[in-house]
Design a binder for this molecule. Structure first.
Ligand code: AMP
Length: 614
């Protein structure tokens, strides 16, 4: 058991996959699912049984029941637009809460039920709203969210914990499923100081999949005059296949594509047979990859460093497995990136390190971490823009890359004679005009004593805390009593009600499923089997169902092989590499019998290796 009373865990809530970790004997460790999965797909489904399914089961049903499944919800975090799942509407944070609830069940299985604290990671480039939504998702899932930290910082912490005595600059290049982040961290005698961060919240593996899916769809359009992207099921299938092909192209130069049934035209099946080379795929995504290198340039400039000043480049996120990404980094830095951190687990492990620091169980390590505000935070003012006096000019109060936590106060003056109220409009961004920046909120400061002779001073204070959450207060200087409002409070009051509604909605959803389960007296296994049958019924072609099922088993095995390969001897590593290649090739062949055989063979081999390790 643990040496601390209330367990605190670190969570990577990813666009594609999620994971949870904790500190065991001074080292971060993943908490696997009861089935042994170290990371789970961030995919949620309401099954035909009304039950919420998270992870592999939901992912496997994506093509068969696209309207019951939600994936990549992280890309929508912070938006108030509801997402529809099984005919019901949910806020993005409610869907994320379901993923976190699943992870919490693994934590509960390990530590027993009860309250748990969590550190949750977000992309460094996440806006204030996206951070709040993430915090809320954690709370809806029943966690006490201790801190929201930046993903690249977390990765650097996982790396830094092992190397506390080293002094160096590291660059974390984090290209995941939906977001891209790059940070420069200076390590010095156990102090990790983030120097600068940059990124793009809407750039990642998902975009690569869609580019490739469009390429496939285009081939079908040209050959058959039908647009498969208009058919929801075909669209899901092409997206899934695109991801599979993309991943294969990370290990082979060319992929043969045989999709016998993508959509229907005049009651006839429409399929696709073609090939794609790695070079062709790279051409589809080259502009997006170039964008990531632009961010690298920007972050270096912000930190006042050159590529030669970077000692180590850490690659984090599943999309860094694309060979072209490694090539670009190697060309840019004239050195190979480091490969000794696990791209899928580093963030969760780093979050656990932060959790350990917070709980005091890593206090002896001497590690101290400071982070930066990735955006400038400021206010709308009447000011000079291109030599012209106008409203809507952005005045930064906390400039980008200021070390956090930070409190800055700026004195402003009322614009009109006799003014008794002032509107404080808060923005985040780098443009000189607020309309091009991200609006965070506004409030009115009332009770300013009218002064017809001259302007009244108002002190506006911005507090940006370690969670990357901003509080703004405004104070009228003239009447000395503080007449202030904080944006934080204003948003909290709104969201308090919304939070309770979300909580009730989720509770009702889970209660309803439990009630239905009790009524039928089904236990979990039976339920899974029933569910399997239901999914099966939705496939027109039983072979297609079997393919999907085996394909996902292979994917799970690949993950186990990769994880196991990390800590074994060279001979075993080579053997595992061969098995990995066999898995990928057989999966691509689509030969159902061969797929089942390779699954059995690799499962047996893994058990044998694992037994030998013990
Ligand atoms: P993450 O958000 O870090 O879990 O990264 C997930 C993204 O990595 C998804 O878009 C995956 O398709 C992508 N990914 C995982 N493995 C590979 C691979 N071998 N080659 C290319 N992309 C991959």
């Amino acid at each position: 058991m643990t040496s601390y009373a209330r367990p605190i865990v670190g969570i990577d809530l990813g666009t594609t996959n999620s994971a949870v970790a904790y500190i065991n004997n001074g080292k971060p460790e993943i908490i696997p699912s009861p089935q042994g999965q170290r990371i789970i797909p961030s995919v949620v489904m309401i099954g035909l049984d009304g039950k919420v399914h998270v992870g592999e089961t939901a992912r496997a049903a994506q093509i068969a029941m696209p309207d019951r499944v939600v994936a990549a919800v992280k890309r929508k975090m912070g938006s108030t637009e509801p997402v529809t799942m099984a005919g019901q509407q949910f806020l993005p944070q409610e869907i994320s809460a379901m993923i976190l609830r699943e992870l919490k069940s693994y934590v509960d299985a390990k530590f027993g039920p009860g309250e748990k604290e969590a550190v949750i990671t977000v992309p460094a480039y996440f806006t204030d709203e996206q951070r709040r939504a993430t915090k809320q998702a954690g709370e809806l899932a029943g966690f006490i969210v201790e801190r929201i930290i930046n993903e690249p910082t977390a990765a650097a912490m996982a790396f830094g914990l092992e190397r506390l005595e080293e002094d160096k600059h590291i660059l974390v290049y984090d290209l995941g499923g939906g977001t891209f982040d790059v940070s420069i961290v200076e390590m010095m005698s156990g102090i990790l100081e983030v120097k600068a961060s940059a990124g793009n919240n809407h750039l990642g593996g998902e975009d690569f999949d869609w580019r490739l899916a469009e390429w496939l769809a285009d081939k079908i359009r040209k050959a058959h005059g039908v647009n498969p992207m208009k058919d929801l099921r075909a669209k899901s299938l092409l997206k899934e296949q695109a991801e599979r092909i993309k991943k294969e192209l990370s290990t082979v130069d060319k992929v043969e594509i045989h999709l016998p049934l993508v959509t229907m035209k005049d009651d006839q099946p429409v399929g696709l047979s073609t090939t794609i080379t790695r070079r062709e795929f790279v051409a589809l995504i080259d502009d997006l990859l170039a964008e990531t290198i632009d961010c690298v340039r920007q972050v270096l400039a912000d930190a006042g460093l050159t590529p030669g000043d970077i000692h180590d480049v850490l690659l984090v996120g599943g999309s860094t497995r694309i060979p072209r990404v490694r090539e670009l980094i190697t060309e840019f830095f004239k050195k190979e990136p480091r490969c000794d951190i696990h791209p899928d687990e580093a963030v969760a492990l780093g979050a656990a390190v932060q959790a350990g620091l917070k709980a005091g169980i890593l206090a002896d390590s001497g590690m101290v971490v400071t982070d930066v505000a990735p955006f400038s935070l400021g206010i709308a003012v009447v000011g000079n823009y291109n030599g012209e006096e106008r409203s809507g000019v952005f005045h930064a109060i906390i400039p980008r890359n200021t070390t956090v936590p930070v409190t800055r106060t700026h004195r402003f003056y009322t614009a009109a004679p006799g003014q008794t109220e002032a509107e404080i409009e808060i923005y985040q961004g780098e443009h000189k005009l607020v309309k091009h920046n991200h609006f965070l909120g506004k409030f009115r400061l009332k009770g300013i004593p009218p002064n017809w002779e001259e302007s009244q001073p108002i002190d506006v204070t911005y507090r940006y805390n370690l969670n990357g959450i901003l509080e703004v207060t405004a104070k009228c200087v003239a009447n000395s009593k503080e007449a202030s409002l904080t944006v934080h409070d204003a948003l909290q009051r709104d969201s308090e009600e919304a939070f309770r509604q979300s909580l009730d909605k989720l509770q009702a959803l889970y209660d309803q499923a439990t009630a239905a389960e009790n009524e039928t007296g089904a236990d979990d296994n039976e339920d899974d089997e029933d569910f399997d049958d239901l999914v099966q019924e939705l496939y027109d072609d039983p072979a297609e169902y079997t393919y999907d099922k085996l394909h996902h088993q292979i994917k799970r095995l690949l993950l186990r092989v990769q994880v196991f390969s990390r800590d074994c001897d060279e001979l075993t590593k080579r053997k595992l590499k061969k098995l990995e290649e066999k898995l990928v090739q057989t999966d691509a062949s689509g030969d159902l019998e061969a797929m089942q055989q390779v699954i059995d063979e690799v499962t047996d081999a893994l058990i044998e290796f694992e037994l030998r390790e013990e």
